[in-house]
Ligand binder design. Structure first.
Ligand SMILES: [Zn+2]
Length: 707
């Protein structure tokens, strides 16, 4: 849970539009989307794709997609899996291609033109999707296949796709009458604009705040943080000064080390009030409207709340099941966080201050507590986590587990000049796929870390289409003569996204449609984090960037000891955000709220201590605007499963070939093509136990390691 990533989901299938004009302009022969890519491994020819190419490609993609759907709908033959479900799966190939490139680029490499296109295209695509999912003739065909499935002798993955597709239609209003469907379309269009605006506001707020520092303000900061601050000031046109922004790699080292308390408070409050400043980028009303429309939409669809719709196809199934798990963990975590707070308050007292710890103080005193209890500080560790060593370490782990190799592809077109490209191959040299890694922050990139696909695994006319996967990060940059030296948390984040990448690279789906349960999607990523900090693995990759020496055993032991450190806080801040998410989305219509008091009263009501803010407050909680609504809990849900799955390796050996092969075959290759619970049962042979999670986080009653 240390590493929360925004898992970028690029929809499998977007198809169909409102009006098709009869006169179509001739297609631009120079538009890369209308040509064969003609690149190695058929990756998108990034350097040839210009902003002007997107809209024509989107439009043509929708025209072609509409034709594909029309063909299915007007077919005279009895609907079968092949002529309906498989045909639907293939429909809209161009649109799928352009969407994959556009949405990856608009997240990692955006600019004013792309932002404009995003605003323009989002409601159009939403309408296009609605038109397919609300197409009564298409639904009739899908329903016919669903009702007659016994006739077709379907394979298990085909059955799984059919079931999910059919239920997806129903959740999207296929059973509504025309008037209600029109209302639904209007809701969806409004939401698509509001959620994009919400996320653009957060990006704007991040870019608008800079705190310039004087020399005396640098007290307490390690050299790497000072250098990064100098770099930030230089980029802001103030060479010779130092600056802090609300970007996570800038603010968090600062509030961890800066001795100047009022500056820590100032920058943290700027961070915690993004989207809540009453300016043109304020998200309060936007979020209230999003919540209201979602509740109205749920009612229209015959569901109690928005959460009920979202959770139906997930492992959790209902909001009650989610709340049960979150409440259980909340009860264990709050006392641990209070205990941590008491420890920090004691340090403040010892220092002779009378201050009462505030939210903006937590990182600073936590670091002191860590030093006091574990004699371990971040800057002592970073030299052993040079980015390239961490990356190669992750490659090495994958090689030892699965035999795969990673070969740099320096000449391959890349999504951004800073991105690295690798060919992933089996032990016998067979091509598996392409992996991009894009490590550093820039203004054109969203914050956080994520994994996405430019192309997923599928079969076309019996031929295997191999995946093209991208991972994006916002790591501490190299500065001056220092290479990029990561924190342990950043190293874990690399392993996390790498786990998502392996999931995408190993996937063996025959179809474009995959249905990955969102509360399972973090299992393949979170399980990789365990390898990142296992002593046996640290010895393989954590080498000093200057001397090349392996990390000393005592430091490894300290990392191990400190793995419980601050877990009360981290669990509480995460759970607070998760609970807030569920609270917003279990409101019944008419859901009229005032966001600030709503957030405050709810969090106080469940017993959140005032010294901790939720990991994301409402107005910059990108997950709940951007597709993780009612889904933020899923990281910890998956954590129950990843901790238990990793126990299987602990029991037999970290690189046990039988366990690794079973994990690949039963989980990584199948994800999205069979029921998630069944996959887990096939791998583990039993249901997951919650104990490994509690134990690993120091949340067991008899395992209170913060003392
Ligand atoms: Zn993730």
């Amino acid at each position: 849970m240390k590493n929360i990533c925004i898992h970028l989901l690029i929809c499998g299938l977007v198809c169909l539009p409102l009006v098709s004009c009869n006169k179509q302009p001739a297609l631009d022969k120079n538009n890369p989307f209308f040509l064969t890519y003609n690149t190695n491994f058929n990756v998108p020819p990034f350097e040839k794709i210009m902003a002007v190419h997107y809209m024509p490609a989107f439009n043509e993609g929708m025209i072609q997609g509409r034709k594909d759907i029309e063909k299915i709908v007007t077919a005279k033959k009895e609907p079968t899996f092949e002529n309906t479900i498989a045909a639907y799966d293939k429909a809209g190939e161009l649109l799928r291609n352009v969407s994959a490139v556009f949405f990856s680029q608009s997240t990692a490499n955006t600019n004013d033109s792309l932002q404009k296109i995003e605003i323009e295209i989002s409601p159009v695509l939403s309408a296009y999707n609605d038109e397919i999912l609300l197409n009564p003739e298409l639904f009739k065909k899908v329903k016919s296949v669903y009702d007659n499935q016994e006739k077709f002798n379907l394979k298990p993955d085909q059955k799984f796709i059919l079931e999910n597709l059919y239920k997806g239609f129903v959740r999207n209003g296929a059973n509504l009458d025309q008037t209600d469907q029109d209302t639904l379309k209007a809701y969806n269009q409004k939401l698509s604009v509001l959620t994009v605006k919400f996320s653009q506001n957060v990006l704007a707020e991040n870019n608008s705040y800079t705190l310039f520092l004087n020399k005396e303000d640098l007290k307490g900061l390690p050299e790497s943080v000072v250098n990064a601050a100098a770099e930030t000031a230089k980029n802001a046109g103030q060479d010779g000064k130092w600056a802090i922004t609300t970007q996570r790699p800038s603010i968090f080292p600062f509030i961890t080390y800066a001795e100047n308390r009022s500056l820590r408070k100032q920058v943290y409050e700027a961070y915690a009030n993004r989207g809540n400043n009453g300016n043109e980028f304020d998200n309060n009303k936007i979020l209230a409207e999003i919540v209201k429309i979602r509740a109205d939409r749920a009612k229209l669809l015959g569901y109690k709340t928005h959460s009920d719709i979202i959770l139906e196809p997930r492992m959790a199934k209902t909001p009650e099941n989610v709340l049960n798990l979150l409440d259980n963990l909340w009860k264990k975590a709050i006392p641990v966080a209070k205990n941590e707070l008491a420890g920090m308050q004691k340090i403040a007292q010892k220092e002779g201050t009378r201050l009462k710890i505030e939210p903006s103080d937590w990182w600073y005193y936590a670091e002191k507590l860590r030093k006091e209890k574990y004699d371990l500080n971040d800057s002592e560790l970073r030299p052993y986590f040079k980015l390239n060593n961490v990356r190669d370490g992750a490659f090495n782990v994958a090689n030892k587990l699965f035999g795969i190799t990673f070969t740099p592809l320096t000449a391959l077109p890349r999504p951004h000049p800073e991105a690295e490209a690798f060919e992933v191959k089996e032990a016998d040299g067979t091509h598996v796929g392409v992996l991009y890694m894009d490590f550093f922050p820039r203004e054109s990139k969203q914050q956080g870390a994520w994994c996405g696909t430019y192309r997923s695994h599928s079969l076309v006319d019996g031929k295997e289409i191999t995946p093209v996967v991208t991972t994006c990060f916002n790591f501490t940059k190299p500065s001056g003569s220092l290479p990029a030296l990561l924190s342990v948390e950043e190293a874990s984040t690399l392993y996390h996204e790498f786990g998502h990448a392996l999931d995408a690279l190993f996937n063996k789906s025959n179809y474009n449609q995959t249905y990955i349960a969102w509360d399972f999607v973090e299992l393949p990523s979170q399980i990789m984090e365990h390898w990142a900090t296992e002593p046996e693995v640290l010895n393989l990759y954590a080498k000093h960037y200057e001397t090349g020496e392996s990390i000393p055993a005592e430091l490894v032991q300290k990392i191990k000891n400190s793995s419980y450190f601050n877990q009360g806080f981290e669990t509480v801040e995460y759970l607070a955000a998760s609970l807030l998410d569920i609270k917003f989305h279990t409101l019944t219509a008419p859901a009229v709220i005032n966001v600030q008091p709503f957030e405050k009263e709810y969090l106080a009501g469940i017993g959140l201590i005032p010294e901790i803010l939720p990991r994301y407050r409402s107005t910059y909680f990108l997950h709940i605007a951007g597709g993780y609504d009612s889904g933020y809990y899923s990281y910890i849900w998956a954590a129950v499963y990843d901790n238990d799955a990793f126990e299987a390796f602990k029991e037999k050996g970290l690189f046990d070939q039988t366990v690794a092969a079973s994990f690949r075959k039963n989980i990584l290759e199948r994800n999205g093509t069979m029921d998630a619970m069944q996959m887990f049962l096939n791998f583990r042979g039993r249901e997951a136990s919650i104990d490994p999670l509690l134990k690993n986080r120091g949340l067991m009653q008899n395992n209170n390691s913060t003392n």
